[in-house]
Design a protein around this ligand. Structure first.
Ligand SMILES: *Cc1c(COP(=O)(O)O)cnc(C)c1O
Length: 405
């Protein structure tokens, strides 16, 4: 199926390459993937036990700078388990940004808790710490030793910042707020492996950090995720819950409801090979971002995503904003124009409180989320994208702007 014949289809299935189409983001498998997969098959360790699972856990922990890592079947599973090990209980509330992929909001619901959506700031499109502070200050009250949302009467238990599009959010003020209000921090770092916040890896600040190795992420294991933590008890409990909460491996005694959330050795083999390529992938993404930034500089109505002074972004998806009044067409018209040229792009996610499953959830001081959803467009960002192709994308955008005037 062609992604360009259907103008409503904006998502991209990794691997479903269409001849002549420049895809949004596809994996690059140029390392030792075949060797490691062959090792897996030759050893018959293909399932959820095997040396590559342990190795992938150790190597991701080392890359992130965390003491422990627990592999999971997906990034969403890692988030679900992270919330459970953080003590998030049914009917609790978890604060998170209004603009991100839906997975963390779903994970909060899996835990029986409710998201509260806080606006993102306009400069870097990340969770706005000032608004989190305002919410905690004005909307919450300490009652019976717990922090309660005055509107809903629910306990506010955790903070779930997301490092959106590979750009680290400003985590220091969020950590300070969490300490002041006794909130547990679960970092969604699924899009930001390889990025840096003041020299440190996203995912290493909270009690737990979560990563994804889905096909369109910076490295892939086919599918998979990882929970990292410095706390040995949290790591032990995460491993226990992801492996069906087995208390006696001989008699199969289970004291709790567990989950089958383990990564397989085959997936971990792929992940290990990909992780060796991470530094090159980050460099490639940053090169692509620089080409777009230079190629679009000075173009009226188009702005390339910025990088904060605290941040070294992985530029997971290079993204622009399109101001219809100044550019002459809106982001969706530009998307269709690029599609006709065989270039796949994608708008940003819809603000989560606008989605049906989350309409009853609280949304706080939303001022920028809707505009970002309207104006943002993510450009082809595969690590294998050539400089010439990136330049072509930029010049199609420049010409689209000229043509529209
Ligand atoms: C991809 C992603 C996830 C989920 O990862 P899966 O491995 O696809 O389950 C979670 N949060 C964000 C922000 C993501 O982009």
């Amino acid at each position: 199926m062609s992604g360009i014949s259907d103008p409503t289809r904006t998502s991209f299935e990794p691997g479903a390459l269409v001849e002549g189409l420049l895809p949004l983001c596809v994996p690059q498998l140029g390392g030792r993937e075949w060797d490691y997969l062959k090792e897996c098959l030759d050893s018959t360790f293909v399932s959820s036990v095997g040396p590559f699972v342990d190795r992938f856990e150790h190597e991701v922990a080392a890359t992130v700078g965390s003491k422990f890592a627990v592999a999971t079947a997906s990034g969403t599973a890692a988030l679900h388990i992270a919330l459970l090990v953080s003590g998030v209980e049914p009917n609790d509330e978890v604060l998170m940004p209004a603009i991100t992929f839906v997975a963390p909001a779903n994970a909060i619901r899996y835990a029986g808790a409710w998201p509260v959506f806080i606006d993102v700031e306009p400069a870097y499109w990340q969770l706005d710490a000032t608004k989190v502070a305002a919410f905690l200050e004005t909307e919450c009250v300490r009652r019976n030793g717990r922090l309660e949302n005055k509107t809903t009467g629910r306990r506010v238990r955790a903070l779930l910042p997301v490092h959106v599009l590979g750009h680290p959010c400003d985590i220091d003020p969020l950590m300070e707020l969490a300490a002041r209000y006794d909130l547990v921090v679960v970092e969604d770092a699924t899009e930001s492996l390889g990025a840096r916040y003041r020299g440190r890896s996203p995912g290493s600040f909270g009690l737990t950090g979560c990563f994804s190795f889905n096909g369109n992420k910076i490295i892939t294991s086919g599918g998979g995720g990882m929970l990292v933590t410095d706390d040995p008890a949290v790591a032990r409990r995460a491993k226990y819950l992801t492996t069906q909460a087995k208390d006696d491996p001989v008699e199969y005694i289970h004291e709790e409801i567990g989950f089958n959330y383990r990564l397989t050795n085959v997936q971990a083999a792929l992940g290990c090979a990909q992780l060796e390529l991470l530094p090159g992938f980050v460099a490639a993404k940053r090169r692509i971002a620089a080409i777009y930034r230079d190629g679009l500089a000075g173009l009226p109505g188009v702005a390339f995503m910025r990088e904060a002074p605290w941040a070294e972004s992985s530029f997971w998806l290079s993204t622009i904003t399109v101001d219809e009044a100044r550019f002459g067409m809106d982001s969706r018209a530009l998307m269709r124009r690029l599609q006709r040229e065989g270039i796949q792009t994608r708008p940003l996610w819809h603000p989560l409180h606008r989605l049906r499953p989350f309409k009853s959830a609280q949304a706080f001081q939303i001022e920028h989320a809707d505009q970002l959803c309207r104006d943002c467009l993510s450009l082809p960002s595969s690590t294998g994208l050539s400089a010439a192709d990136a330049q072509r994308v930029a010049s199609v955008i420049v010409n689209a702007g000229r043509g529209a005037l």
